[in-house]
Design a protein around this ligand. Structure first.
Ligand code: ARG
Length: 477
């Protein structure tokens, strides 16, 4: 579906409005003798961005109108006319035929004004027992529910991509790092599944955010509900909400459901950023662990040899925007008195920006992982050497040496091997026995990273059998 560029449309309309001698007033300026200054109008309008909520706004209005008819505030025929009018407005917006006018301030008044022009009197009853304050809270909640479900789906695809990489690399040995120094051998599968665990929690966080967004605010009115005999439960049922906001002031004043969403989004963005950082590192010659696919790489305008990981860099970089969206929203809320304040209008652009940044980042990551060419030889080579030192120390513990003593013995082995430019893998049994009598014939087998991996079988460890078991579970979830 294509919606025309809001900025272009709105500014065209604004020019027309400015030239007019008598400015069209919007639906709610009855008490004013003079129109707003054009600069005030454009500074305060949310229409250029909240028009994106038109579908939710129309859905909410239809549910509201049906309820008004059910309780006798409007007639059944009026509700029908409202519904038909709103559906045709939806088609107008979708096909780009709807003329947006900044004088309307926001999507709510824009649609209501158009409805009045189309169906007359019945439209003027639609806003009974409703304020834009509860209306906008409803629209944003409906919008977020849809987007969160879409994001949860994308996380599923990314985690599927990671699982398929992991499946192929349960035995692919690579160094694990602490402080970005080679630490102990792990497998590529174990490394990648660490991210799959993070994503599983991301999914949980979004599902919780969804539960908190799925609460129905309509009926709160401006802040203190209404004297009209509305049926909030009927509206909730119709819109698929299982719970109602239980305090009318809370319903219009808070945006903690937005914070929940943005916090989940920022956390996921940080996970994507860390993944990206490793893709950048691994694709550099210093690591040489991956070759980037051409379809995901960029060249340099000056250096002909370059193959740059721009996609990963930008996913890393864009996490800053989403963190910014969360911080901006927290800052908007922190000093606000109850109940509704116009500051809250700032919520929508933060949400839209986070959604628009996050969705393509997750889906591109899901496409990138299966296309990375892993240089398993380079990984295996990097995993040897001193990364096996801890295994040697633990071997000595099994032979009855206390751990601190074992640590000292192996530290001495490492120190002297390093001084001679030898790696641990090159040491013979008799070399080892010069440091401790506790080294038996099996000790030499420990100097192989693949064995090292197999020996770390505890729950959560990198042994292939353990990783396969966890992998199977993650696939089922
Ligand atoms: N455009 C407003 C917003 O986005 C809608 C609610 C306006 N309410 C008001 N009393 N000005 O929050």
């Amino acid at each position: 579906m294509s919606v025309p560029d809001p900025a272009a449309q709105v500014s065209k309309r604004r020019n027309k409005v400015r030239a007019a001698v008598t400015r069209p007033q919007n639906l709610i300026r009855g008490r004013f003798a003079r129109p707003r200054l054009p600069e005030v109008e454009s500074f305060t309008a949310s229409l250029p961005f909240d028009r994106r909520l038109y579908r939710q706004d129309i859905r909410g209005s239809i549910a509201h109108a049906r309820m008004l008819a059910r309780v006798g505030i409007i007639s059944g025929a009026e509700a029908k006319r409202i519904e038909t009018g709103l559906r045709s407005i939806e088609r107008e917006i979708e096909s780009g035929r709807f003329a947006f006018d900044l004088a309307d301030e926001d999507i709510h008044l824009a649609i209501e004004r158009r409805l009045s022009a189309k169906i007359g009197a019945a439209a003027r009853k639609l806003h009974s027992a409703r304020s834009r304050n509860d209306q906008v809270a409803l629209d944003l909640r409906l919008y977020l529910c849809d987007e969160i479900e879409a994001i949860v789906g994308l996380i599923g695809a990314l985690s599927g991509a990671l699982l398929s990489v992991a499946r192929r690399h349960v035995e692919t040995v690579m160094p694990g790092y602490t402080h970005l120094q080679r630490a102990q051998p792990v497998s590529l599968a174990h490394h990648v599944l660490a991210y799959a665990e993070m994503l599983a929690r991301d999914r949980e966080r979004f599902s919780q955010a969804l539960e908190r967004a799925r609460v129905m605010p309509l009926g709160a009115g401006a802040l203190a509900a209404t004297t009209l005999p509305i049926d909030r439960r009927a509206v909730a049922r119709e819109l698929g909400f299982s719970r109602l906001c239980e305090n009318s002031m809370d319903a219009v004043a808070d945006r903690d459901f937005v914070l929940d969403f943005l916090a989940a989004a920022a956390t996921l963005a940080v996970h994507l950023s860390r993944m990206s950082e490793e893709i950048v590192l691994w694709s550099g010659a210093e690591f040489g662990f991956i070759e980037l696919p051409d379809e995901f790489s960029t060249g340099s305008s000056m250096m002909p040899q370059k193959k740059n990981p721009d996609l990963a860099e930008l996913i890393r970089g864009k996490s800053g925007r989403i963190i910014g969206d969360l911080v901006a929203m927290l800052t908007v809320l922190k000093g606000l008195p109850l109940a509704y304040n116009s500051d809250l209008q700032e919520d929508k652009e933060r949400v839209f920006d986070a959604v628009d940044t996050l969705k393509p980042a997750v889906s591109l990551m899901a496409k990138l992982w299966p296309r990375l060419h892993f240089q398993t030889g380079a990984m295996r080579r990097a995993a040897g050497g001193f990364a096996l030192a801890t295994d040697l120390a633990e071997y000595l513990v099994k032979r009855g040496v206390e751990f601190r003593r074992a640590h000292e013995i192996v530290a001495a082995i490492v120190r002297e091997a390093a001084a001679k430019g030898r790696s641990l893998e090159e040491l013979t049994l008799s070399d080892l026995r010069r440091y401790s009598e506790a080294f038996g014939p099996e000790a030499q087998g420990l100097l192989d990273p693949a064995n090292s991996l197999r020996n770390r079988r505890v729950i959560g460890g990198p042994a292939p059998a353990t990783v396969r078991r966890r992998l199977a579970r993650l696939v089922r979830e």
